[in-house]
Design a protein around this ligand. Sequence first.
Ligand code: PLP
Length: 434
Amino acid sequence: MKSTVNEGLYRRARGVIPGGVNSPVRAFGSVGGTPAFIRSAKGAWITDSDGNEYADLVGSWGPAILGHAHPEVVAAVQEAATRGLSFGAPTEAEVELAELIRSRFAVDGLAPIERVRLLSTGTEATMTAIRLARGATGRSLLVKFAGHYHGHSDGLLAEAGSGLATQAMPGSAGVTPEVAAQTIVLPYNDPVAVETLFAARGDEIAAVIVESAAANMGVVPPLPGFNAALGRLAHEHGALLIVDEVLTGFRAGPAGYWGLEADYSPDLVTFGKVVGGGLPVAALAGRAELMDLLAPLGPVYQAGTLSGNPVAVAAGLTTLRLADADVYEALDRTARAVAEGVSAALSAEGVPHTVQWAGTLFSFAFADRAPLDYATVKQQRQEAYPALFHAFLDAGVHLPPSVFEAWFVSAAHDERAIGRILEAAPAAAKAAAA
Ligand code: PLP
């Protein structure tokens, strides 16, 4: 594995970009070493600036369900780009993407989405959801769960999972105490804690926000009925339920993780990642009576110069149109093959671990028992991961550079890619055991 060019680029990057990266987890902070500076990606494979080729299990942190640079997505982007990069005016493709998100997020007659607003990042989607919930209810308090990440807006950075956990940070400097006091953080998968809070302060709570399945502290699925209980409690007390599907939406399953449960109705839903197919598109969606409180119809303001950007929308629309039943079957098959193969290798080396699942999403926790919440996630033998990560990297497999992240497969992971991962697994497991 050559690393001369990567190392030179990292040195140069640190001279101009804080920490050398534009999003903290990319810096390999918790695994050590030099990040691979990526030159190109195709299908299941990425190539770094030294020419090393890796089977990729990061998938741009979620969007690449079809694999990198799918020819039809690239063609749609090229075609859209030739018609203009950005208009700052509405387009037909935006309407099509909004309609497709709405029709795809429906199961067995349950269809919680009536309106969709497109934005550029998941952070904007959750930030706007909260503003809208406060505008709709006239209340201030927000409830979130420890270990859940909803983007980097001020009120959502308390105990926010992967990015901060990777840096061993409890929250962020620069968030004022007044703002922090508006967010109450509860333990995940503990309905009694939610019930107790609502009993005490129910009339102050604007909304509960939850990842439909936690996937930013590794994958930790909700206990059966947990999300439904959140909806029931919120509604009994006049509060809203915001379900964050930025990571899980159209990846965990065809209608997100919500579609795998479909035993409750969220008021607002946020999307990102897959809906942009690798370009910056996110969405806030929900019931018409709430969504129509957004400007220009209502008093809750939200806007964006590049919202609904035509090139980005072309990528998202084409990706979602191509994501049919065969794609979800392929994601599931590949995820199971990788998880089972790596798990068998870890077992053979006597490394205690569990595999956590949320639809087609999975991750490993280095513990005997499946963690249920952030406190138990943090108790795992985290030190096993850097050794596993680097052994895989040296063998040409690109894992997420943090134990607190999900592993992302794509429908383009063919036998060669899966073979590369499984061949690397025994030596990686041995390294993790050391
Ligand atoms: N919500 C969830 C569940 C996420 O996983 C993320 C990003 O990883 C976000 C929100 C923020 O999205 P973005 O990084 O596009 O701002």
